[in-house]
Write a protein that binds this ligand. Structure first.
Ligand code: AMP
Length: 335
């Protein structure tokens, strides 16, 4: 059975690896001939909105999905992508996204006229990710329809919830994840997050999933402010903060996304232990130095090293504190 994916990055690669035991062959569309998914599936090379290539992507496929949120909406519509274009439209525009959160009673940062203290963040409404398209401003800028001004949220920590909704509307949630970003890029994730407001997060995610008639995995990024949750953004796809689910959950986010979009029963999201994931950014440590530790799993994405680029990740299952320290030192010195 074939599944088409718009985008052939590392998320696509991990979807393909999860699909193989289920008898699935993944087919990708990506403009880069060296896209990470090339090694694990068929890669169609060309523009995301090329109609002929989109038709080839969907030809004979049981489902078509996407692995990044800046897919042209018309392309997703042409191939009948799941999750459908409603989720894409919300996640592609920070203002529409924030309005959606608020309409559903989900708190967000103050925006535009509501911002009363500076510095504040000026974010591009569209095509922002990994902290790109945002900068701190010391004073209120002139009105610009392409940007949204956001008050800084004095958060205690950053959390994310990975949710999945099946074709029949059933839902499942992984435990809340605690994330550390620097310079806008995710560095590490830990799950389950200690003393986290799981029920509240699931309630917010359920409102979004139901409102959007969503099918597949959805990630919700949240700020924890004294135990209250403030939504930052949603990603209508599998998510970097959930990579640990490959080893540390009974069913990975990748498998559950495939199950959902194919109308199969969802798998258990229960954890097999505590877990820490570190992103490998910019340069790679020696694999042997990582793999010498017990219960450490290495994932490389087949990308050329470049500053700020996500090249892989390591997952540590039930790690001893000294393992976390040793690996963090090894990995962070590369960043
Ligand atoms: P984003 O591009 O919206 O995902 O933001 C990237 C990172 O910037 C987040 O993970 C936070 O660490 C930080 N950030 C974004 N928005 C805010 C905010 N309103 N207040 C404080 N930190 C923020």
């Amino acid at each position: 059975m074939i599944v088409g994916v718009i985008g052939g990055g590392q998320l696509g690669r991990m979807l393909a690896l999860a699909g193989i035991p289920l008898g699935l062959s993944l087919r990708f569309l990506d403009p880069a001939p060296d896209a990470p998914a090339r090694e694990v599936g068929e890669l169609l090379v060309g523009a995301y909105d090329d109609p002929a290539l989109l038709d080839r992507l969907a030809d004979g496929a049981a489902a078509v999905t996407y692995e990044f949120e800046n897919v042209p909406v018309a392309a997703a519509r042409r191939v009948g992508a799941v999750p459908d274009a409603r989720a894409l439209e919300a996640s592609q525009d920070r203002l529409i996204e924030k309005r959606l959160f608020r309409r559903l009673g989900i708190p967000t940062a103050p925006i535009d006229d509501e911002v009363t203290s500076f510095p504040a963040l000026l974010k591009t409404r569209r095509l922002g990710y990994d902290g790109k398209g945002q900068r701190l401003v010391e004073t209120r800028p002139g009105f610009d329809p392409g940007h949204v001004l956001e008050g800084l949220v004095p958060f205690d920590r950053e959390l994310s919830l990975i949710a999945v909704r099946g074709a029949g509307g059933e839902t499942a949630f992984y435990p809340l994840i605690e994330n550390i970003h620097s310079r806008g890029i995710l560095r590490s994730s830990r799950a389950p997050a200690a003393a986290a407001p799981q029920a509240r997060a699931e309630d917010y995610a359920t409102r979004l999933l139901d409102e959007l008639g969503y099918v597949g995995v959805l990630a919700l990024e949240l700020f924890d402010v004294g135990g209250e949750l403030v939504a930052n953004e949603l990603a209508p796809r599998v998510h970097n903060t959930g990579h640990w689910t490959i080893e540390a959950a009974e069913t990975s986010q990748f498998e559950n996304h495939l199950r959902a979009i194919l109308g199969l029963p969802l798998g258990s999201t229960a954890m097999r232990g505590e877990v820490v994931m570190l992103n490998l950014i910019g340069a790679l440590p020696e694999p042997a130095a990582l793999l010498g530790h017990r219960n450490v799993h290495l994932h490389l994405y087949g990308k050329e090293p470049r500053r700020g680029r996500k090249l892989g990740h390591v997952t540590m299952l039930d790690p001893a504190p000294e393992t976390i320290r040793a690996l963090s030192d090894l990995v962070l010195e590369q960043h």
